[in-house]
Write a protein that binds this ligand. Structure first.
Ligand code: PLP
Length: 388
């Protein structure tokens, strides 16, 4: 029997990221785009060869791929497959929450300033269309102001929903989903989460952490192809939600390819009611391999590994002269993103690039985002590139 793959191990890197094992680059930019592992590259390639010659496609190349995608997505967050809709990006799931949750005139949805626009514009547009108020509360040093959100939940009966990103794209600050989620659930307030900057780097169990709608593109910390992702909608709630977009595949009758003309506008009883039309199978093929890899490595082991890499960066950034750390030091308040401002951000970014260390500059700060396949040695090389 082959031993289990471990985060950061030579075996993992050799098998899934040969370019990395060769030393071509150090990828610390998962907050932008995650590298697709070899097993997914192979699976997508094999699928696309069949797709190019459609007579090779078999029944198992259609629905079973989607079913596996829903099951693996559910497995990652402790949901059931029936609570998962496959979507092509995070924004789709955010729109789903903004347009489908029972909200209307007089209702208030709380968000936070500092949010990535994907979790702002849909709420603004839905507020305008549906007549509710979308209120952005000031952030506190890059983190959503949880104390104020909790106070508003307690004291303002107009607050009907809270919409937050799990992890901030620019500061790396992580919301305590359990704290906000329990408070919302206790008071019958909807909680919608954009999970794309947390999921994959950090563990989440929606069985223990009350969330009503969660949206996650798979292109970043899940290392899957663009065009893949999923939305979770809690069972019990999803049956009450009228899908904001209708489509033939959202209907319970969609399975019957022999009776397309017997129109029957009855939604699927599960979250497939939010899937509108044909899903990009090849991207889901890739996502499935990525999710299987993450589950094989173990979300808890990955979180511990990512935390240790981030700890190393945090320790450096907190002590380095002239460096201002934006990411909270507290381990519970961050996931994989570490952001800091140096005395010369453009120059330091160029130095990282020269050392072939991929990263981003966001809101004036250098953002490093290491993941399960990175090593402490790679972190030290980034620190060396930043140390003058
Ligand atoms: C918090 C957050 N939400 C959403 C996105 C992307 O949204 P989508 O998957 O819809 O492109 C990003 C980054 O691109 C992000 O940082």
């Amino acid at each position: 029997m082959t031993p289990p793959l471990l985060p950061g191990s030579d075996a993992l890197r050799a098998r899934e990221y040969a370019w990395e094992a060769r030393g071509d680059a150090i990828h610390f930019d998962h907050a932008s785009v995650g590298p697709v592992p070899q097993r997914a590259v192979d699976a997508v390639g094999a699928f696309n060869l069949k797709r190019a010659e459609p007579h090779r496609l078999r029944a198992e190349d259609f629905n079973p791929i989607l079913e596996r995608g829903r099951a693996l997505s559910a497995g990652l967050i402790g949901a059931t497959a029936g609570e998962i809709a496959l979507v092509t990006n995070t924004s789709w799931g955010v729109n789903l929450a903004a347009y489908a949750l029972p909200l209307g005139p007089g209702d208030v949805v709380l968000g936070s300033e500092g949010e990535f626009p994907a979790n702002v514009y849909p709420w603004m547009a839905a507020a305008k269309a549906r007549g509710f108020t979308f209120e952005l509360l000031p952030h506190v040093e890059g983190a959503a102001d949880e104390a104020t959100i909790l106070r508003r939940i307690d004291t303002d009966p107009a607050v009907r929903a809270v919409a937050l990103s799990w992890v901030s794209f620019w500061s790396g600050a992580r919301v305590d989903l359990g704290r906000i989620g329990h408070a919302c659930r206790d008071r019958g307030i909807w909680f919608a989460v954009d999970a794309i900057q947390g999921l994959g780097a950090a563990e989440l169990d929606v069985g223990a952490t009350p969330v009503d709608v969660l949206s996650c593109g798979a292109q970043k910390w899940l290392c899957a192809p663009w065009g893949s992702g999923f939305a979770y909608v809690r069972d019990g709630l999803l049956q009450q939600l009228e899908p904001p977009a209708a489509g033939w595949l959202a209907q319970a009758s969609s399975g019957d390819f022999g009776a397309f003309l017997d129109y029957d506008p009855t939604w699927h009883a599960d979250a497939r009611r939010f899937e509108v039309g044909t899903i990009p199978y090849q991207d889901i093929v890739g996502m499935n391999e990525c999710l299987a890899l993450l589950l094989e490595l173990g979300p808890a082991r990955i979180e511990a590994h990512v935390r240790a890499l981030a700890d190393r960066l945090i320790a450096w950034a907190a002590a380095a002269p002239g460096v201002r750390l934006l990411t909270p030091r507290d381990q519970a308040r961050r996931a994989g993103i570490v952001a800091f401002v140096t005395g010369d951000v453009p120059g330091d970014s160029a130095r990282l690039r020269a050392a072939r260390i991929t990263h981003s500059v966001r809101e004036g700060a250098i953002r490093l985002a290491p993941h399960f396949h990175n090593t402490p040695d790679e972190v030290d090389r980034a620190i060396a590139a930043l140390t003058r």
